[in-house]
Design a protein around this ligand. Structure first.
Ligand SMILES: [Zn+2]
Length: 690
């Protein structure tokens, strides 16, 4: 049965723009359900035709046909995900709850379609004799692995149970993320008295004023977005208010009310374990890592333990210094988690003679965007031209046309930088269209979403150094999408192993820390003067200050993630108790909490993105620290020969090779963790080259 078609549904009409940008100005929430119905039915029919093809399987009539299929579904899904993440509302949230299990069911039906898998399996068995090029071989291999990992080849009873599990997991993931969003939206702390603003610098007051206005309130507001909470904890002199904000921040999804996520977590980890067992793995972590660069939980634990031991030791020493500072100031209390950032900031000012506020006026968002583009030009020859004639989903979204050295069009880049109530917290890269050449020269439409606190009306938006790092990070992902140069969608852009996907983003952060770049772009937002040399030197020297803390709050998350996913299908847990035990086992300092507590750990529970995969950032950092040393060894941070290898084997290559092989082609060898330990200040700098 064909679902009714709304004749004026822009999601179903042919988009008339040559650049493929969706008509955001005409897309309404009510268009999604009918569009999804049509797109799903269309894709189902395409798959049925491929599976029932009377011709014997060939790469073209099976893999090629699948790669060409599902166009409408991809298109509708991409638009939906951008809106659901960056500019949501109650209608879209309701659709998301309905659609997520439906999509999960759809893909599960495809992955467990026996006739279809027989064709793929038959091709995989004779892959060497099919006359395929390297990319086609890789795509075939990826299909075969994905199908097997999704349950193709299981018996009927196992398939049925798997389908139930997958659908339930999708619903749980959506509920998890909506609960966190609800808790974030529900909390606003408004201040009207000067006494409540004690210690807060002017840039924060401006941002808080505009947060309040955005929510139709007077005065100054703190919200639960990270870029609102962290500076508040860093600067507010009011210990009582720091505690209040901190408690609200860490209890997102853990409040005992209707938006509590603890039972969702318990059910999720149980179902993931059962699924892994059905697929022949000991637990979810083994299942997950089998298809990652790391290959096994042991390899991951080795790395995390090495880093944890060093970071924890450093952090305990730092804690004692902070406690001493409390005493010295006459404070008669034990340092609490809501005090750490505040006293660390004081200690940093003293030790490194450096304070965050002195730097901020030099980190103006527009200039930092220019800096991000400049590095892309020097490394890869890209230029960026602003476009104001492209439809967008919110007036704050900016668009640039991206071209290469010979003026070749690479694609469009969308930057959606400011926090607003309709946006999920965090920062991410996504796409409205991926690069591919299978159905013509399809140019990518790449999106960066951030949550920077917007400057007050008519004022410049100023970033913290961490915000600037986020800007570079997400743009590194964007480059991975924009520079992609492959034929098949399956391996386009960021479609790579999770523990490899952070390499392009984290590597890009290194250029932000280069004096050459900061001298050029860190200009005072009023005077246009460059950052004074001594401030620049102190900023870079302070870079590893408090790095133990940042490492501990991160590695604790990665270890607890691994613990949750090392459970067997029989282990029923209570999430809060499990979290407490896991943290006590590793000796988590009392004064630090996980960067993401389980109840709002969206990376691993709002969908499966980083489940048993949060370690990926650290794994990728082993790679990025080692990769950047290649430029340092060459004595030129834009060395053209290294940049070319980086382009060819990493940024443009998508998933066309095994990640370890790709890295070796770039660097000539695999990395060890040494460069990472040096970068984080947990090991002595490399000796001068002999
Ligand atoms: Zn990232």
């Amino acid at each position: 049965m064909t679902p009714p078609v709304m004749s004026d549904n822009p999601l179903l009409a042919d988009w008339t723009r040559a650049d493929g940008v969706p008509p955001f100005d005409r897309i309404m929430p009510e268009h999604f359900r009918p569009a999804y119905d049509r797109a799903l039915a269309e894709h189902e029919a395409e798959i049925a035709a491929i599976a029932a093809d009377p011709e014997p399987p060939t790469f073209a009539n099976t893999i090629g046909a699948m790669e060409r299929g599902g166009r409408a579904l991809t298109r509708v899904g991409n638009v939906f995900h951008v809106l659901a993440g960056a500019h949501s509302n109650d209608e879209l949230l309701a659709i998301e709850r309905d659609i997520a299990p439906q999509i999960a069911r759809h893909w599960n039906r495809i992955h467990t379609n026996e006739a279809l898998f027989r064709r793929i399996d038959a091709l995989a068995k004779v892959a060497g004799t099919l006359g395929l090029d390297a990319e086609q071989k890789r795509v075939l291999e990826r299909y075969h692995i994905s199908f097997r990992r999704a349950g193709a080849g299981l018996d009927a009873a196992a398939k049925k149970r798997l389908a139930e599990i997958i659908e339930r997991l999708a619903a749980l993931g959506t509920a998890f993320s909506q609960n966190v969003l609800a808790d974030e939206q529900a909390f606003v702390l408004s201040f009207h008295e000067e006494a409540e603003l004690a210690g807060l610098p002017a840039f924060m007051r401006d941002a808080m004023k505009s947060e309040a206005q955005e929510r139709g309130r007077d005065g100054y507001a703190v919200t639960l977005s990270r870029s609102s909470v962290e500076p508040f904890l860093q600067f507010s002199d009011r210990r009582d208010l720091r505690e209040k904000v901190f408690r609200a921040f860490v209890s997102r999804g853990d409040n005992g009310g209707p938006t509590d996520n603890k039972s969702i977590i318990a059910e999720t980890v149980l179902l993931r374990a059962e699924r892994a067992r059905l697929l022949g793995f000991a637990d979810f972590a083994h299942y997950r890592l089998d298809d990652a660069m790391a290959k096994s939980p042991d390899a991951v634990r080795d790395l995390l333990d090495t880093v944890w031991t060093r970071a924890r030791k450093k952090t305990l020493a730092d804690r004692d210094d902070l406690q001493a500072l409390v005493q010295e100031e006459g404070g008669n209390f034990k340092l609490a988690p809501w005090d750490w950032r505040y006293y660390a900031e004081k200690l940093r000012r003293r030790r490194c003679d450096f304070d965050e506020m002195a730097v901020k006026p030099y980190l103006n968002l527009d200039q930092m965007i220019e800096a991000v583009f400049y590095a892309a030009k020097r490394l890869f020859g890209l230029t960026f031209r602003p476009r104001t004639d492209v439809p967008v989903w919110h007036p704050d979204v900016r668009v640039w046309e991206v071209r290469g050295r010979d003026d070749k069009l690479f694609g469009l880049f969308f930057g959606d930088y400011f926090a607003r109530p309709s946006k999920h917290s965090g920062a991410w890269m996504t796409s409205l269209r991926d690069q591919q050449r299978l159905t013509g020269d399809v140019r990518p439409l790449i999106v960066n979403v951030c949550n920077f606190a917007k400057g007050a009306e008519g004022e410049t938006t100023l970033l913290s150094f961490d915000d600037a790092r986020t800007l570079f990070h997400e743009f590194g992902h964007a480059l991975h999408g924009l520079l992609s140069n492959v034929t098949y969608p399956e391996i386009s852009g960021t479609n790579v192993a999770t523990d490899f996907v952070e390499l392009p983003s984290q590597l890009y952060e290194h250029w932000l820390e280069q004096p050459d770049l900061l001298r050029r772009f860190a200009l005072h937002y009023r005077s246009g003067e460059p950052m004074p040399e001594d401030l620049l030197a102190r900023l870079l020297a302070a870079r590893n200050f408090n790095r133990g803390f940042a490492t501990v709050e991160y590695v604790a998350c990665a270890l607890v993630d691994l613990d949750f996913h090392s459970l067997s299908a029989a282990d029923r847990i209570e999430s809060a108790a499990f979290e407490a035990q896991a943290l006590s086992r590793i000796g988590m300092p009392d004064e630090i909490v996980m960067r993401h507590r389980p109840s709002h750990f969206a990376h691993i529970f709002s969908g499966e993105g980083y489940a048993a995969g949060y370690y990926s950032y650290m794994w990728s950092e082993v790679l990025d620290a080692d990769a950047f040393e290649a430029f340092e060894e060459a004595g030129d941070i834009f060395d053209p020969a290294i940049a070319k290898r980086l382009h060819d084997y990493i940024y443009a290559a998508g998933g066309s090779r095994d990640p370890a092989e790709a890295y070796k082609l770039f660097r000539g060898r695999l990395p060890s963790a040494d460069a990472l330990l040096r970068k984080r200040g947990f090991a002595a700098p490399a000796a001068a080259a002999a």
